[in-house]
Design a protein around this ligand. Structure first.
Ligand SMILES: NC(=O)c1ccc[n+]([C@@H]2O[C@H](COP(=O)([O-])OP(=O)(O)OC[C@H]3O[C@@H](n4cnc5c(N)ncnc54)[C@H](OP(=O)(O)O)[C@@H]3O)[C@@H](O)[C@H]2O)c1
Length: 421
């Protein structure tokens, strides 16, 4: 019998305790031993809890962390503290840890991996990226024979739902966000999803695994979806693209380009077809070619599916513990301003003679050439202009747009996004 302690009994914690109870017989047959949840930590002892946790609830973390009969701790509290201190303590006391906490894995993964290997125990985090999609373990095990050149994904279900709704129903950003909140896809405070911070942590974890390097969120340039208007989605469609918030790590000659940003993906790109709150990740390996992982990127039960698989795997691997990260590469990070790509630009320009020539002149001065210019709507003497550039350094484009925006001819630079080739 393996006794485990669970820290947190919210959406995921409750689903994990229920799943372990429901699948008890199947797990015993697979593992040859029983798993029993001995104690569950919560903050508020007064709240009603699921039947399967009856008699096991505590609000004292040490009831789990200092119990020598508990050999495995499942951390499902979320946030940085006190989750990080509890995970450190569990590992230092020789307990394996399973967590779905992308915040602590993205930031402190290397240190926690070191603590786990010192103690000879497992640290597993399948649920931290892509919810129920088996992604972390395939990257740690099935793809070891590959030199991975790219990992790229739709890593946030809330923003993908919002962009899909804008695309399909023609509603504006605020309406799509409200709908996502009503359906429970978006949190009351959705800022970590909308700003790209959530996807940034996830692409940091995936890039660490893909490139065997220590990538932390601060290495990843992040831009969110707040500036995307219905007009951008419509114009992108007319040009043959879908707007998607993607995170990517691309290896370029000993350096890695790391970014989370909304981009225009060609309609035929595999990630362009990922709709609703689904997640998907593309991995390019030199031996295997292109792989795509697709599924429910969040939700209590899908994430619990990943967490329980980690629990079973940690128990199975007890005498042959595998290090979660191998950070033997020291890769430089590409300066985002030096990234070369075509870009989509939408701006508001005075509808008078010579203004387009002025815009072309500023672009020309910064070495930006245009492959397409469309004048769209016109209102109160101001025209909406949509442009696509030839491949250009992002920094040069930003300098040109900053110069233009200060001039009376261009009242507003509304948005610009990378066009994925
Ligand atoms: N929800 C998802 O779809 C999803 C998907 C992938 C990964 N994750 C990750 O899974 C983890 C859990 O997410 P969740 O959605 O289940 O969170 P949640 O519903 O907010 O549940 C958090 C649980 O932790 C307990 N808790 C929080 N702080 C505590 C403290 N200081 N002391 C004791 N207990 C504390 C809470 O206790 P009370 O119940 O008493 O408040 C609650 O039971 C997070 O790291 C999250 O990022 C979630």
């Amino acid at each position: 019998m393996v006794q485990i302690g669970v820290l947190g009994l919210g959406n995921v914690g409750s689903a994990v305790v229920e799943l372990l109870e429901k699948d008890r017989d199947g797990i015993r047959r697979q593992l040859g031993t029983d798993i029993s949840v001995k104690k569950v930590l919560v903050r508020d002892l007064g709240r009603a809890r699921i039947e399967a946790a009856a008699g096991k609830i505590t609000d004292r973390a040490d009831d789990i962390l200092e119990d020598d009969e508990i050999s495995l701790v499942v951390e499902l509290m979320g946030g940085e503290q006190p989750a990080l201190s509890y995970v450190r303590k569990a590992l230092s006391r020789g307990k394996s840890v399973v967590t779905a906490n992308k915040e602590i894995i993205a930031k402190y993964g290397e240190e926690l991996a070191y603590l786990a290997s010192e103690a000879g125990v497992s640290l597993m985090f399948e649920g931290s990226v892509g919810g129920g999609i088996p992604l972390i373990r395939p990257m740690q095990t099935c793809l070891v024979a590959n030199d991975i050149s790219m990992v790229m994904g739709i890593l946030n279900g809330t923003t993908n739902y919002i962009l899909s709704r804008m695309d399909e129903s023609g509603c504006e950003f605020e309406d799509a966000l409200r709908e996502a909140q009503e359906l429970g896809y978006a949190e009351a405070d959705p800022s970590a999803d909308l700003s790209g911070a959530d996807a940034r942590r996830k692409i940091a974890i995936l890039s660490s695994l893909a490139f065997n390097a220590h990538v932390v969120p601060e290495h990843v340039e992040a831009c969110g979806v707040e500036k995307i208007a219905m007009a951008d989605i419509r114009y992108a469609n007319e040009l043959g693209y879908k707007v998607k918030l993607v995170g990517y790590g691309v290896r370029r000659k000993g350096q890695v380009e790391l970014c989370v940003a909304p981009v225009l993906l060609p309609h035929g790109h595999p990630l362009a077809a990922v709709r609703d709150s689904y997640n998907a990740v593309l991995v390019e390996g030199d031996a295997v070619g292109t792989l795509m992982f697709y599924g429910r990127g969040a939700g209590g039960m899908p994430t619990a599916s990943a967490v329980v698989s980690d629990v079973v795997e940690a128990i199975r691997a007890k005498d042959a513990v595998r290090p979660p990260f191998s950070c033997y590469n020291r890769l430089g990070v590409v300066d985002p301003r030096l990234v070369v790509s075509p870009f989509y630009v939408r701006l508001q320009a005075l509808d008078s003679p010579g203004v387009l020539a002025f815009i072309s002149g500023v672009f020309g001065h910064h070495g930006v050439s245009l492959s397409m210019v469309l004048q769209k709507s016109r209102r109160n003497g101001v025209a909406e202009v949509v442009m696509v550039t030839h491949p250009v350094q992002k920094g040069a484009l930003q300098d040109a747009l900053a110069e233009m925006e200060g001039c009376s001819q261009v009242p507003e630079v509304s948005n610009y996004m990378r066009v994925w080739e």
